[in-house]
Ligand binder design. Structure first.
Ligand code: PLP
Length: 292
């Protein structure tokens, strides 16, 4: 399968791409990133991802030396170089605080950027798939330390929680903090109870899919909100799900909490929500010019 990269404007196969070992992304995880999916040629929510990139840069006090227009142009060049036209293309761009001396002191150099483009598999059927999560002992980073709302390249918190869940036999982790549910390693969390879809407010990344789901559901008269969700609320939930750029709203069927497993077999409300979301996506695509 062809996988290509663009490093500071130089296009190559992924395996041939190189960055300097003094790059701060490599040394310290001092980088930000975004992922978009190009679905049937349509670059999904590119504008929103560029906006979040700038918010991350601001929160991490990183000066961006590449503009939205330059980034978009480089993404377009990389997709043209990739050349293939599968149903789903994965496009990740990473911007680092540049190449620097071996010190933590802040930026003196321009950013380095890397874009990676490859095919992304179509999701397994959500009606029959099994996603199990463990509410981990590892807590989510706090909003007021390393804010999860910075989409940085430093995923150690998530890696540790995912490792804990995987070692215990679960596909995914569900991190919490101070008794509140937060998010999974690469996805926001959702819970359906008493007629409302809810997703956690604190210690999470502001997922672009999360915001689009809220917009889509609310405009279709289905209640969806961002709020604090206590860990114990899991016990009363009717359905639980995750959301991300690659998965949209995707059901979770098993949650491990404090040594007990809770299964969620109903997809009734997920099916209703998913219909609305798919219509929202199709309407959105009609506003775009596809790549191919
Ligand atoms: C920690 C975390 N939370 C949530 C998300 C979902 O965000 P989005 O919907 O923008 O893909 C991601 C996606 O990578 C993530 O890494």
């Amino acid at each position: 399968m062809r996988e290509v990269a663009n490093v500071n404007g130089t296009l190559s196969l992924l395996e041939d791409a190189r960055i300097p070992i003094t790059d701060r992304g490599f040394l310290y995880g001092d980088s930000l990133y975004e992922v978009i999916i190009i679905e049937n040629g349509y670059p999904m929510f590119l504008k929103e991802h560029l906006e979040r990139m700038k918010k991350s840069a601001e929160k991490m006090r990183m000066k961006l030396t590449i503009s939205d227009e330059e980034m978009t142009e480089e993404i377009n060049r990389t997709i043209a170089f990739y050349g293939e036209k599968p149903q789903r293309i994965y496009c990740r761009w990473i911007i680092t605080r540049g190449t620097g001396p071996l010190t933590l002191a802040n930026q003196t150099q321009p950013n380095n950027f890397v874009i990676i483009v490859k095919e992304f598999p179509v999701n397994a059927d959500p009606l029959t798939s099994t996603v199990s999560v463990k509410v981990t002992d590892i807590q989510r980073n706090s909003d007021d330390s390393m804010d999860p709302n910075i989409k940085s390249g430093n995923y150690l918190n998530n890696i540790l929680a995912l490792d804990e869940a995987n070692k215990d036999g679960y596909n995914e982790c569900l991190m919490s903090r101070d008794g509140l549910l937060c998010e999974l390693s690469r996805a926001n969390f959702w819970l359906y109870s008493k007629g409302t879809w809810s997703t956690p407010a604190k210690h999470v990344l502001s997922g672009i899919t999360r915001d689009k789901i809220i917009e889509a559901l609310n405009s279709a008269g289905i209640k969806a909100e961002i709020r604090d969700i206590k860990v114990g609320e899991l016990l009363e939930a009717e359905e639980v799900a995750l959301s991300s750029t690659t998965k949209n709203l995707y059901p979770i069927n098993l949650v491990h909490l404090n040594g007990k497993e809770h299964s969620f077999s109903s997809r009734e409300n997920w099916i209703k929500a998913n219909e609305v979301i798919l219509k929202f996506i199709s309407d959105y695509q009609k506003t775009l010019t596809p790549y191919f």
